[in-house]
Design a protein around this ligand. Structure first.
Ligand code: FAD
Ligand code: NDP
Length: 473
């Protein structure tokens, strides 16, 4: 792809101004490509899910929710007086202001890099042409040598009578009025995070999950421990439970359960996964192959079955995390334009992706679960520490912390590191670097701890625990 290539309107046309799309557009434009980015949500859509209805507002609300226990815990440290009350409209307004600021920062960054911004819904017409329809229903065609699909995902709500009465995470940020009683359905990232957030903000939260432990795919110990801690914080956690229908009654929204029971609440959040955003995208018209679940199929270079069309991020439904969408976008730009001066072409390994769940307390994890490591290697050593953090000796809180290392016996490599506890995301990020670099348990042992911290536990655990059968339901 070269600037001199004038056969098309653009060298690269990006569909979607979220994490992956913005990163690809900016980087390609900075390298001299003529780039057009089409975003369906206007300026307010720039930044995509993460900025508008995902990572950023969620984390801001998580900070807000932490204050309630901080006020309570402060008494043990000598602070006196009644706890302040949450003013929900203020939190909502301050979040809106910050997100609007970020939207315009994104717009400035794109325009400053020379990206041509087009607001409207994009639909593929053929392998090099996109039809953009704006708010006023007027359409225009744009041709491009390459097209990048970065349209993200959207919430999936299972079929059930009364399904139209439930909310998805998108609507939770601006709820009015604040829900006194909230039912959260699901046991994944979003369900656990929003149950924690609204519990902290003052809702009476019931979380209902169909399986035996939250966060399927995470280490079994962590899953059990998190459930105990979330219940300790006041969430009414119901496992092995399923909803059959919803209806509006004078007592509020009534959710009927498979076991014959029912729950009356003010709002229901359905957090039952996300599906690729492919509706109306014209994938079939352009001949782009999809998986059975609709996700766009890509190869190792993020190229689809149509050589001129690429796809990154949630629309490919692989790892649905912002840093992955960003990294994939950079690989595509290097692939199309060559690496940045003096650098090697970027590649992305899906091994050892660290991740955090911003529950209260947080979960942080990188690498294999104990069960995965046992299946893969047979002989593993497990180091596990469960304790009450120093802060809680005075805070009055009964919160406990769990830290766990999984070590491959024959190489001594640390292959899994897991934690439930305060700031787990912040702590695990640094350890992920060590694990990427191949750190062994001996390296952990040789590292001096920072005292007194929670994190030092990862470098001071010395005695492996006996193997306990791991149930990964
Ligand atoms: P998106 O960011 O979703 O962007 C897609 C864009 O495409 C949107 O702006 C959309 O308007 C636009 N679009 C769609 N169709 C069209 C079309 N036909 N024409 C034009 N434009 C179109 N990840 C983390 O790493 N950490 C977190 O803490 C975290 N928290 C999350 C919390 C929530 C509640 C949710 C829902 C997600 C969270 N995620 C988190 C996941 C993260 O937001 C996504 O993985 C990331 O945003 C994916 O980026 P993307 O570029 O693939 O798509
Ligand atoms: P998840 O896949 O994490 O969780 C979906 C949950 O819904 C699971 O507990 C699943 O159960 C349950 N579920 C699925 N279908 C049904 C059904 N028909 N009936 C009842 N329950 C059902 O998806 P989320 O929506 O929570 O989040 C989407 C993605 O966004 C995450 O996977 C993550 O990649 C990203 N994200 C990241 C965050 C972070 O980094 N902190 C925060 C929020 C989102 P089961 O496990 O039994 O299938």
């Amino acid at each position: 792809m070269h600037k001199s290539d004038t056969g098309f309107d653009s060298d690269l046309l990006v569909i979607g101004g979220g994490s992956g799309g913005v990163r690809a557009a900016r980087m390609a434009a900075q390298r001299g490509a003529r780039v057009t980015l089409v975003e369906a949500g206007g300026t307010a859509g720039l930044g995509g899910t993460c900025v508008n209805v995902g990572c950023i507002p969620k984390k801001l609300y998580s900070y807000a929710a932490h204050y309630s226990e901080a006020f309570e815990e402060s008494h043990g440290f000598g602070w006196q007086g009644p706890a302040p009350q949450l003013d929900w409209p203020t939190l909502k307004q301050n979040r809106r202001t910050e997100i609007a600021r970020l939207n315009s920062v994104y717009q400035d960054l794109l325009l400053g890099s020379g990206v041509q911004l087009v607001f409207g819904h994009a639909r593929l017409v053929d392998s090099h042409t996109v039809l953009v329809t704006d708010e006023d229903a007027s359409s225009s065609r744009i041709t491009a040598r390459h097209i990048l699909i970065a349209t993200g995902g959207r919430a999936y709500v299972p079929e059930a009578p009364g399904r139209e009465l439930v909310l998805t995470s998108n609507e939770m940020f601006d709820l009015d009025p604040f829900p006194g009683r909230l039912l959260v359905i699901g046991g994944g990232y979003i369900a656990c995070e929003f149950a924690s957030i609204f519990n902290g903000l003052g809702s009476r939260v019931t979380q209902l999950y169909r399986g035996p432990k939250l966060l399927r795919g995470f280490d079994s110990d962590i899953r059990h421990f998190l459930g105990v801690e979330m219940a300790r914080k006041g969430i009414d956690l119901r496992l092995n439970a399923e909803i059959v229908s919803f209806e509006r009654t004078t007592a509020g929204l009534l959710a009927r359960l498979r076991d014959g029971g029912s729950l009356a609440v003010d709002a229901v959040l359905c957090a039952t996964g996300r599906v690729p955003n492919v509706e109306g995208l014209g994938l079939a018209d352009a001949g782009v192959a999809q998986r059975a679940d609709g996700a766009v199929l890509v190869d190792g270079n993020y190229q689809t079955s149509v050589p001129s069309i690429y796809a990154v991020g949630d629309v490919t439904a692989r790892v649905q995390l912002t840093p992955i969408a960003l990294a994939e976008a950079m690989v595509v730009v290097d692939h199309l334009l060559g690496p940045a001066a003096g650098k090697a072409a970027r590649a992305l390994s899906y091994d050892l992706i660290p991740t955090a769940v911003f529950t209260h307390p947080n979960v942080g994890t990188v690498g294999m679960t104990e069960a995965e490591a046992r299946t893969e290697f047979g002989a593993v050593s497990v180091f596990r520490s469960e304790f009450k953090a120093l802060k809680h000796t005075l805070s009055g809180s009964s919160e406990r912390t769990l830290m766990k290392l999984v070590v491959h016996q024959s190489t001594d490599r640390v292959v899994g590191l897991h934690m439930v506890g305060p700031d787990a995301g912040e702590i695990v990020q640094g350890f992920a670097v060590a694990m990427k670099a191949g750190a062994t348990k001996a390296d952990f042992d040789a590292t001096v701890g920072i005292h007194p911290t929670v994190a030092e536990e990862f470098v001071t655990m010395r005695v492996p625990v006996p193997a306990i059968p791991q149930v990964e339901a």
